[in-house]
Design a protein around this ligand. Structure first.
Ligand code: MN
Length: 716
């Protein structure tokens, strides 16, 4: 065990301004709090926080971090409270300790890879101070070092898996390479002991064989560089057992085939020398193509910088070489932890060089709230994401600005397709609502619902967008195709010609199209006229059309309707593309009229829709339509009606509306707040109902609500 004065001395060495008495008090407090508790190893429990603190002094972290490490298990495992810690050690320390405690309480729900990735990000998002994460990682490292003391194999395996999936990648993410390697190797040894032993035996054998290989190659590299006046520290190392194993797995090779077990590191003075050294090395030994990476000009996201190359080196051995400056080296080894080294006393000339570190530290120091930290640092990589939970606790990561529809599609395409509403943290929200970090999201689904083209206006994920577009295109295309076909069929009939797909196919070449279906779709969309198609099929033939017949041409109602006809409206050609318009939301029972648009098919409006008065006066385009009577029992199809409601701006009003609508058998499919002031807000509510009477009864029920001042059906 590290003694009290030793610990303080270690910190003082690199952080002369450290608060000595705070360190001493934390040491004593933790020792007393843990009292007679024992570790699985039989050691006093206090040895654990002390070792964790020791790991962090090796990274030369500030004394706040060290104090936090000493206290990190006191809240969870002893009678100490956050309040007590705040009283004794101040607000900052209490926050840090509380942060570590919270991270420790989070449990991984399942161990699929996707979840692990999300869980890592979530840990990062919750570590509102990077030091919380550093203490948590050091805690895990010490627990891994003492893993073999745990008797239960299941428990050891679980901890090792968690380390592999969560903590090692996290260490890598924040640039702590040495910690990542050690965590991985211990976990590897636990999870796959045979593989670990095999690799270790091979490594031992190699070490015996080429006792001096490593140092002799390093010496040759050093001397080669020296001849060109480049002074460099060159060191060789074996790759870690786990990285050897993953490479064997990844490239499907045996240990014998794996020739670059050795990696050499060339550390030089400045960036210019890095490139000079690279030139010298490549001139002397031939490089292996495909293994070169320049992370100096393009640093990794965790700020890692180095040039990586592989060459056929001395003794014709394949070796890997990393070239970097001293600063890059320190950052590569201990990542963000290295940044504290530069906090004090950098020379002016070097200051600009470390500007990003300075910025980073300033943000760390100033960001007092979690939110601020999320905004400004979040180590940049997670600023653009939000993390939300399913009701079962599964974590879903989404781009910032995502809506419940994006969430639904991220869970499963089928969930997205049938989504009609959403609850966020138990409250009903509009589908265009933007989700926030940590939201619990429940998707309300309905089997009779289909994706709405309107969603395209607010979804942000590619998955949602393409699923909606695919659905919309597919259904539209089918309708256009049927419409186009019937148009052409009529044209053939009127000219007493025999209609068939093969007859139509004659026109493909002249129209430069590939499939007969394409002709129908273009016709249905209005992008081709039937005359153009007929001319293409029968080039040179002159047809006589009855001009009077033209207008009714498209709009003769058919006697037999197809069974899957989605909208029971009379007056349309079967299969015609039909949209129930968004302005007035016509419902069965309403008096309706059709308006034909080239390329879009027919828009159905209510007769009193205000939009109609704005349309160009063109009676040719208006079609008289009516709803087909369908027995109520069999017709379970729902239609979206829109109401405008003015309501008091009080909590719970939305939930009340939702429950009233639900009690009346309706579904809220969309909510849009159109105006809002401190006392009232106006909202457009789309409600799925069976027909106009159904909507009227819902409106009546809503009007009876105390908090609602006005409800009307929207008419354009
Ligand atoms: Mn611990």
């Amino acid at each position: 065990m590290i003694r009290q004065y030793e610990l303080v001395e270690r910190v003082k060495k690199y952080d002369p301004k450290a608060d000595e008495s705070l360190l001493n008090r934390a040491y004593v407090f933790s020792m007393k709090a843990h009292g007679a508790q024992l570790r699985a190893s039989g050691d006093p429990y206090f040895s654990h926080p002390l070792e964790v603190a020791g790991i962090l002094t090796n990274m030369r972290l500030d004394y706040h971090t060290i104090v936090t490490a000493l206290l990190h298990d006191t809240i969870e495992d002893t009678v100490a409270t956050v309040e007590e810690i705040e009283e004794l050690f101040g607000k900052k320390i209490a926050e840090l300790v509380d942060g570590v405690t919270k991270l420790s309480r989070l449990e991984l729900q399942t161990d699929t890879a996707r979840e692990a990735e999300n869980f890592r990000k979530f840990l990062l998002a919750l570590s509102n101070d990077i030091r919380v994460l550093l203490v948590k990682l050091a805690d895990r490292l010490h627990n891994m070092r003492t893993l073999h003391h745990i008797d239960s194999e299941d428990k050891r395996q679980r901890i090792a898996r968690e380390t592999m999936e969560i903590y090692a990648p996290l260490a890598e993410r924040i640039g702590m390479r040495a910690m990542k390697d050690e965590l991985e190797d211990i976990a590897f040894k636990e999870l796959n002991p045979e593989a670990y032993d095999t690799i270790m035996q091979r490594l031992k054998f190699l070490r015996k064989e080429g006792k001096n290989i490593k140092s002799s190659i390093a010496r040759q590299i050093r001397e080669t560089l020296k001849k060109e006046n480049i002074k460099a520290d060159v060191s060789g190392r074996e790759k870690s057992p786990y990285s050897i194993w993953t490479k064997m797995e990844r490239e499907h090779i045996t240990f014998e085939q794996l020739s670059d077990i050795m990696a050499f590191r060339v550390v030089v003075g400045d960036t210019r020398e890095c490139y000079e050294a690279l030139g010298v090395i490549h001139r002397k030994w031939s490089m292996i193509p495909g293994q070169f990476d320049d992370y100096i000009s393009t640093p990794k996201r965790n700020r890692y910088q180095s040039i990586h190359t592989a060459v056929i080196g001395p003794r014709k051995l394949r070796i890997e070489i990393q070239i970097r400056t001293r600063e890059m080296h320190e950052i590569a080894e201990s990542g963000v932890a290295a940044h504290w080294h530069y906090k004090q006393g950098t020379k002016k000339s070097e200051k600009r060089h470390y500007q990003w570190i300075q910025d980073f530290l300033e943000i760390l120091d100033q960001a007092s709230t979690t939110e601020e930290f999320l905004e400004h640092t979040k180590m940049e990589m997670f600023q653009d994401q939000v993390f939300c939970f399913t009701p079962k606790g599964e974590l879903i990561s989404l781009p910032r600005g995502s809506t419940p529809v994006d969430f639904a599609y991220a869970v499963h395409t089928a969930v997205g397709d049938s989504c009609v509403g959403a609850k966020v943290n138990g409250r009903v929200v509009p589908l265009r609502h933007q989700l926030e970090n940590g939201d619990g999201v429940e998707i309300i689904r309905s089997r009779s619902r289909k994706p709405s083209p309107r969603w395209q206006n607010f979804v942000v994920t590619g998955k949602a967008r393409s699923a909606i577009r695919r659905y919309v295109n597919k259904s539209e295309r089918k309708e256009f195709q049927a419409l186009g076909k019937s148009i052409l069929e009529r044209a053939f009939q009127r000219l007493d010609l025999e209609f068939s797909n093969s007859a139509v196919a004659e026109g493909l070449e002249n129209l430069t199209l590939k499939k007969v279906e394409d002709i129908y779709v273009l016709l249905g969309q209005g992008n081709l006229t039937h005359r153009e198609v007929m001319r293409a099929i029968f080039p040179g033939t002159k047809f006589k059309y009855n001009p009077k017949a033209r207008r009714v041409f498209f709009w003769r109602g058919s006697k037999k309707s197809k069974q899957d006809d989605p909208i029971p409206i009379q007056g349309l050609t079967p299969g015609m593309a039909v949209n129930l318009s968004e302005c007035c939301h016509p419902l069965p029972g309403d008096r309706i009229v059709g308006h034909m648009t080239a390329g879009k098919g027919v828009d159905v409006h209510t007769l009193d829709c205000e939009t109609l008065t704005d349309l160009p006066d063109d009676p040719d385009r208006l079609i008289d339509l009516s709803w087909r009577d369908t027995p109520d029992k069999t017709d379970s199809k729902l239609y979206a009606g829109r109401v405008k409601a003015v309501m008091a701006n009080e909590s719970g009003v939305l939930a009340d509306i939702a429950s009233i609508v639900a009690r009346q058998g309706g579904n809220i499919s969309n909510l849009i707040i159109s105006e809002r002031d401190p006392e009232f807000f106006t909202m457009l509510i789309d409600i799925e109902v069976k027909n106009d009477k159904h909507l009227t009864s819902i409106i009546t029920a809503l009007r009876a609500m105390k908090l609602i001042s006005r409800v009307d059906r929207m008419r354009g």
